[in-house]
Design a binder for this molecule. Structure first.
Ligand code: F6P
Length: 326
């Protein structure tokens, strides 16, 4: 029999579409198992500032389709200090919370690992970040929605790019990972993509532009991951303008647009599944792991592996990005 009677749940780091569906699933699964759930507001800051509220199944109705997070989020600096974590632990105990579900990315899991080492708190993580940069899950919560948002934007940008014979550098999110850039570029039919995982992509792009620069503009859309080593779309534009002034260029930074919006069907299903299995994991005594999905099977990965192990880009998609250009 599990000792856990009250699970605290929070969202932390950058919000991601599907976080609400995950919260909903965890609350309803816990309810079925007669476990209470306490919502912790504003991520780790909510633990430190004792921002708690009990969540019943009815409290999470009508949120499956909403973006953002009903629990709000933060990137807590206070939790990075030993004093902050001590306060968080005291508040958690005073509230009767026995275990935690943390929905977030690599930073969230780093915090969770330290918290567990210091206070032996059982924690299970759900991968909530649009970046898809976590090992131990094929996809993270919010990634599919962010890609769809980026593809929709690229489609619209292409209309005006083609009409004016302009080249657009479209910058997408991904502070250290090129997943959104690669998937959105291939799906949006972009002519080239610059990824933090590849160091030879800029010279390749320059060679491509040289070949295509005679007469007609051939490259309408170049997708740049914000974390690319060139420094982003504006820097790439400067380099192109210096080498090939014949191209008329424009930069569009999609930015936080990609973090909002109603989660796609795929994101809702993934979020729900992981929220449900996060509760199961806690009740089965599986702690300090991230719940992920690999080849449609639920997998549990230790926090340090989820945040640190390399998750390579799909080589077939990389090949498509290089092959399917004109
Ligand atoms: O981690 C997700 C993410 O959206 C990154 O892609 C981006 O670099 C970062 O968050 C932006 O964070 P913030 O909203 O705190 O500026």
């Amino acid at each position: 029999m599990s000792e856990i009677k009250n699970i605290g749940i929070f969202t932390s780091g950058g919000d991601a579409p599907g976080m609400n569906a995950c919260i909903r699933a965890a609350v309803r699964t816990a309810h079925q198992c007669k476990i209470e759930v306490t919502g912790i507001y504003e991520g780790y800051d909510g633990l430190i500032n004792a921002k708690f509220n009990k969540l019943s199944p009815i409290d999470v109705s009508g949120i499956i389709h909403t973006g953002g997070t009903i629990l709000k989020s933060s990137r807590s600096e206070a939790f990075m200090t030993p004093e902050g974590r001590k306060k968080a632990y005291e508040n958690m105990k005073a509230q009767g919370i026995d275990a935690l579900i943390a929905i977030g990315g690599d930073g969230t899991f780093k915090g969770a690992e330290v918290f567990n080492q210091e206070f032996d708190v059982p924690i299970v993580g759900c991968p909530g970040t649009i970046d898809n940069n976590l090992f131990g899950t094929d996809y993270t919560i919010g990634f599919d929605t962010a890609c769809n948002t980026a593809v929709e934007a690229i489609d619209k940008i292409r209309d005006t790019a083609t009409s004016h014979n302009r080249m657009f550098l479209v910058e997408v999110m991904g502070k250290d990972a090129g997943y959104i850039a690669l998937h959105a570029c291939v799906a949006g039919g972009g002519e080239a993509v610059l990824l933090p995982e590849q160091l030879d992509d800029l010279p390749r792009l320059m060679r491509f532009l040289k070949e295509k620069s005679r007469g007609k503009i051939f490259a309408n859309i170049i997708v740049v991951a914000e974390g690319d080593e060139t420094g982003g779309a504006t820097e790439v534009e400067k380099l192109i303008n210096m080498g090939y002034p014949e191209y008329e260029t424009k930069v569009t930074v999609l930015g936080h647009l990609q973090r909002g919006g109603s989660p796609t069907c795929k994101d809702r299903l993934l979020s729900g599944k992981l929220g449900m299995f996060a509760v199961d994991a806690l009740l089965q005594g599986k702690f300090n792991v991230m719940v992920g999905e690999v080849h449609q099977k639920v997998k549990f990965t230790p926090f340090h592996e989820a945040g640190n192990k390399e998750k390579p880009l799909d080589p077939d998609l990389v090949r498509m990005s290089e092959t399917l250009v004109i």
